[in-house]
Design a protein around this ligand. Structure first.
Ligand code: CUA
Length: 180
């Protein structure tokens, strides 16, 4: 077997070095373009929320749940618990940035909103936050997508996306689904 010369070894190492750097570069560009161009990001928000006291005080008491316009931002607060979302329906305007904030008082749940980029876990102890802009109107299904117990398949909510001029907050900036 011929012995590789020092030169051949260096050449081979350099070649593999370039191939590796190229592959890393391609992956890096793919991650950057997904994040900046397509708004595909891992959930990066780390905020704590004590599951034992969620309902007693602070942001996630019953009176604060649902959709609320706060200046330029539209916040939606929901509780995901075995086996329902509270509230079961939220109203959002089409074409405006919305921030969804969810917490769980019991076990791990997960949400997605059909046909949108909203998809996150809801882990007890943390606030799950997702920014999105809904681009089409209608009732979008928001199922729990993490097995959370016997009632998991019964656990869903709906996101009612309406035209901006049909989105009418009250004096407190609240908007709720009409009661059936
Ligand atoms: Cu909650 Cu599955």
């Amino acid at each position: 077997m011929p012995v590789a010369s020092e030169r051949d070894v260096i050449r081979s190492e350099l070649r593999w070095g370039f191939i590796t750097a190229g592959a890393v570069g391609v992956i890096f560009i793919a991650i950057l373009s997904a994040a900046l161009g397509l708004q595909i990001n891992p959930p990066s928000n780390v905020e704590f929320a004590d599951p034992k006291t969620l309902h007693l005080s602070g942001e996630f008491t019953e009176a604060n749940l649902g959709t609320q316009v706060q200046g330029d931002t539209i916040a939606v607060r929901m509780i995901a618990s075995q086996f329902a979302f509270l509230p079961r329906c939220v109203v959002e305007p089409r074409g405006r940035p919305v921030t969804l904030r969810l917490v769980s008082p019991d076990v791990i749940h997960g949400i997605l909103v059909t046909g949108t980029n909203v998809n996150t876990m809801v882990v007890p102890g943390y606030v799950s936050q997702v920014h999105t802009t809904f681009t089409r109107t209608g009732d979008l299904l928001m199922p729990c997508h993490e097995f959370c117990g016997m009632g998991h398949s019964q656990m869903w909510a709906s996101v009612r996306v309406v035209e901006p001029d049909a989105f009418k907050p009250d004096a407190q900036g609240r908007v709720a689904c009409a009661q059936p």
